[in-house]
Design a protein around this ligand. Structure first.
Ligand SMILES: Nc1ncnc2c1ncn2[C@@H]1O[C@H](COP(=O)(O)OP(=O)(O)OP(=O)(O)O)[C@@H](O)[C@H]1O
Ligand SMILES: [Mg+2]
Length: 218
């Protein structure tokens, strides 16, 4: 993907940006296809064979095999997550705000995290591609709040009318501590922001919380 990007690196005018974005999207789709048709399909096949075997052993399978089975299940879960990330679901007809309301309901219902949404202007001020990037970034930021912050409140502010537009996702959790995580969420958010000519900033204070800022193109 970085090769695709490198190849198309050109002055940051709208056309060049669009060409880079299209090339990156095609490459992501190709990787998603390969992951899906190769690893995911074979893993799912192996897991279902294992299930048949374990049922045959009436819940008394060999412990080593059981461990292998668990590793494979975990692997499949990770591959599926990677696929979701590579091919994010398009925004539904309810729009960005509609989708976010749904995610907010889910976070409250399943995890007890209250998500407050506020916005100015309308999402129609953004291009379809910009809206997709906003949806992806907010989704990943909310996932991080749920997985890492320990916060029971999260605020999503969307200033569509601002120039550049500004999206903020903040929590009141533990803050980002520690060094390298090996995760790809923040890296992906940064790349997506850069892909629309915008930028991502993260401000975090230990025990006070974290805010992710997504600025639109200047
Ligand atoms: N809202 C947050 N509150 C506390 N810590 C956070 C928050 N967001 C991110 N972090 C920390 O920053 C690290 C990097 O986040 P990132 O999204 O890049 O990776 P990840 O969530 O660990 O893995 P991935 O997103 O690839 O599944 C996390 O592992 C976590 O330690
Ligand atoms: Mg993450």
């Amino acid at each position: 993907m970085s090769e695709a990007r490198e190849e198309l690196r050109a002055p940051a005018d709208g056309f060049a940006h669009q060409a880079v974005e299209d090339a990156v999207a095609r490459e992501r789709a190709r990787i998603a296809r390969e992951l899906h048709d190769g690893i995911a399909t074979d893993l799912a096949g192996a897991i279902s064979l294992f299930k048949v075997y374990m049922e045959g052993r009436k819940g008394q399978p060999d412990q080593t095999l059981k461990n292998v089975f668990e590793i494979m299940e975990r692997l499949l879960k990770h591959v599926r997550e990677a696929l979701t990330d590579l091919r994010p679901p398009p925004i539904s007809p309810d729009g960005l705000l509609g989708d976010l309301r749904q995610q907010a309901d889910e976070l409250a219902r399943l995890y007890g995290i209250r998500v407050e949404l506020s916005s100015n202007g309308t999402e129609d001020l953004l291009s379809a591609h910009q809206r997709e990037v906003v949806a992806q970034v907010v989704r990943e930021a909310l996932t991080n709040v749920r997985r890492h912050s320990g916060s029971s409140i999260c605020r999503v502010k969307m200033a569509f009318a601002a120039r550049p537009f500004l999206i903020e996702v903040s929590d009141e959790g533990c803050g980002i501590t520690g060094g390298k995580s090996g995760g790809y969420g923040l890296v992906g958010m940064r790349e997506r922001a850069a892909g629309i000519g915008g930028r991502l900033e993260v401000v975090s204070t230990e025990d006070r919380g974290t805010t992710v800022f997504l600025f639109g193109p200047a």
